[in-house]
Design a protein around this ligand. Structure first.
Ligand SMILES: [Zn+2]
Length: 470
């Protein structure tokens, strides 16, 4: 039965062998059937032919034609375009001037906009909002089983919200469970986005959390601690061996005498990690909120800076020169301030009607984000989702517009720019022939109003339709 199994599975490598084997099998069957009656022979041959036809049909290409009002291809918006999907790849994108293959499934999407599957640039699928459970309690009191169960639900919510890829930047105490989650998604055990995994993240010993109130009590940490270059190199190699697609380093953290953020690693220590990671074909990304921490990381060769809260015009100039992108995570600070009690103004609200003035942290974040835009720094879309609800990823996109970015630029950040910066531009992030069929459709036009990005009607990942609200 070995050959039949290969044939059913549609293993292209075995196809020529299969056909030869079928011919041989038919010939042998005819010889064996010689003693039997002519009717029996015909019946058996008919049954065998039916089986072959069924196998062939199972192997044939599957086509889906999507007909939306507009197509955002990852860079610009088009009208009058259709998109043809062949199996798990994009086969055609443009005007309908090609012959439709027989048996194509046609999906009418009048009044809707088709986009590449969105890419979340900064997620933590193993965290849930801090107003539900504090970060400390998640790391110290929730079991790995509970955290994984939550992550499964978070993965599903993310995909259904139109985010077909996540760059997951640290399990925060859940070891290498992101790699296991990614494998389960790839095997089709659970629905979820493509995952680019950082595994544990790397911190300087004694700088991270949870922090112990007593020096005599050693608490488990939310990331891997290292103390010198040798340990840094060892940790990078260990994380790669466990399945890390990238390395995340905390260039600074809140370990100052008064709990203020200060640089935690030297430029040389970060550069050592970059050298090893690059040898292994991985990028290093850095958490950095201080100007000095950002500068050290940029000079050490990281690919993205996460947060960048206190970046100056000089720092952003350096980022532009060195081609380092900023993932601003606007939504995280906004969420944390609201958890602390800030009553944020909604549309048409004014201060004084149960509404508080903007906290300093938020005003400062707006200012630095605008400095980065002015300097021409490449901006990724990543909200630090996990601090806020998974599936609410669009919150960051709305805030990018609120803080001064054009909607079309935000859409680029969430698709082609994230794909290019993360090193996956030849696979995802655009509506372009031969890229993976990761496609979403939203109601209305998200360039006219970015809030339309939440009105997801259709989600396809790798050619499989996960959502179709018809
Ligand atoms: Zn984060």
């Amino acid at each position: 039965m070995f050959w039949i199994n290969n044939f059913i599975l549609g293993d292209a490598m075995h196809e020529p062998n299969c056909i030869t084997t079928i011919k041989l099998y038919l010939r042998r069957t005819l010889v064996r059937l010689r003693p039997y009656s002519a009717i029996m022979k015909k019946l058996l041959l008919f049954a065998i032919t039916c089986c072959i036809v069924i196998f062939s049909l199972a192997q044939s290409d599957k086509y889906v034609l999507l007909k939306p009002a507009k197509v955002f291809d990852g860079e610009t918006m088009h009208e009058g375009w259709v998109v043809l999907i062949k199996n798990n790849k994009i086969d055609q994108a443009g005007a309908m001037n090609f012959k439709l293959p027989p048996g194509t499934q046609v999906v009418e999407l009048a009044g809707e906009t088709l986009l590449p599957g969105l890419i979340e640039g900064h997620s933590h699928l193993f965290l849930h909002p801090y107003n539900e459970t504090s970060w400390n309690d998640q790391v110290l009191k929730e079991s790995r089983a509970e955290r994984t169960a939550r992550a499964v639900e978070h993965a599903r919510a993310t995909l259904m919200a139109g985010f077909t890829t996540v760059r997951d930047l640290g399990t925060e105490g859940s070891m290498y469970d992101d790699v296991g989650l990614k494998i389960a998604i790839e095997k089709g055990v659970i629905p979820g986005p493509r995952m680019i995994c950082a595994t544990r993240a790397i911190v300087a010993k004694g700088t991270y959390g949870p922090k112990s109130e007593s020096p005599d009590v050693v608490l488990p940490q939310g990331a891997a601690e290292v103390t010198n270059i040798s340990e840094m190199e060892n940790e990078v190699r260990a994380q790669i061996s466990k399945g890390a697609d990238l390395i995340k380093i905390y260039a600074d953290y809140r370990w100052g005498k008064n709990g203020e953020a200060l640089p935690a690693f030297t430029t040389q220590e970060i550069a050592a990690a970059v050298a090893i990671a690059k040898s292994g074909g991985r990028e290093v990304v850095t958490h950095a909120t201080t100007a000095e921490g950002m500068t050290r990381a940029i000079n050490a060769g990281v690919s993205t800076v996460e947060h960048g809260d206190n970046g100056t015009a000089e720092v952003f100039k350096l980022m532009k020169e060195k081609g380092v992108a900023l993932c601003p995570t606007l939504a995280a600070g906004d969420a944390i301030e609201q958890y602390k009690g800030w009553r944020k103004a909604r549309l048409n609200d004014t201060v004084g009607q149960g509404i508080d003035p903007e906290p300093e942290r938020v005003t400062n974040k707006k200012k630095t984000f605008q400095l980065a835009l002015k300097a021409g720094v490449t901006i990724c879309m990543g909200g630090d989702v996990g601090v806020f609800t998974h599936g609410d990823n669009a919150r960051e996109m709305e805030m990018m517009v609120e803080y001064g970015m054009k909607a079309i630029e935000v859409l680029k950040s969430a698709t082609s720019i994230n794909a290019d910066v993360f090193g996956y531009g030849n696979e995802i992030g655009r509506i372009k022939k031969d890229l993976f069929a990761d496609v979403i459709v939203v109601e209305g036009d998200p360039v006219a109003d970015i809030r339309n990005i939440r009105k997801v009607k259709f989600v396809m990942k790798d050619g499989v339709i996960y959502r179709n609200d018809k």
